[in-house]
Design a binder for this molecule. Structure first.
Ligand code: FES
Length: 110
């Protein structure tokens, strides 16, 4: 793993507006939670919904296709597709990446 530039300025990542980008060949979504930034895989592990179009609520992101819900800190599944709570294993967790800011640009450790 190594720190990689995202091409996204820290100021571009705003509350409740996931920011999609590509790092190398990997789609990545950046999310702001207050003063903190989170970085997650860009494609939902269910069948690839674009999490940049997801909804952020209370530290979680909801996939726009079928509503699977993931914890933004750990990547853990909080609800399976179609709102099944507690989750029953229909989808695996998200990959999360360490994130930092260098000279105003967001970097992720892929
Ligand atoms: S693609 Fe994300 S819940 Fe189905």
């Amino acid at each position: 793993m190594s720190w990689r530039r995202t091409g996204v300025r820290e100021a571009e990542v705003v509350e409740n507006a996931p920011k999609g980008t590509t790092v190398g060949d990997a789609p990545v979504v950046l999310v702001r939670l207050g003063a903190e930034l989170r970085a997650i895989q860009g494609a939902c592990p269910h069948i690839g919904g674009d999490l940049a179009d997801g909804t952020v609520e209370l530290g979680k992101i909801v996939c726009p296709l079928h509503g699977a819900t993931f914890d933004l800190a750990s990547g853990a599944v909080r609800a399976d597709p179609f709102g099944v709570v507690p989750p029953e294993g229909a989808v695996g967790p998200l990959t999360t990446y360490p994130v930092r800011v260098a000279d105003g640009e967001v970097e992720v450790d892929l």
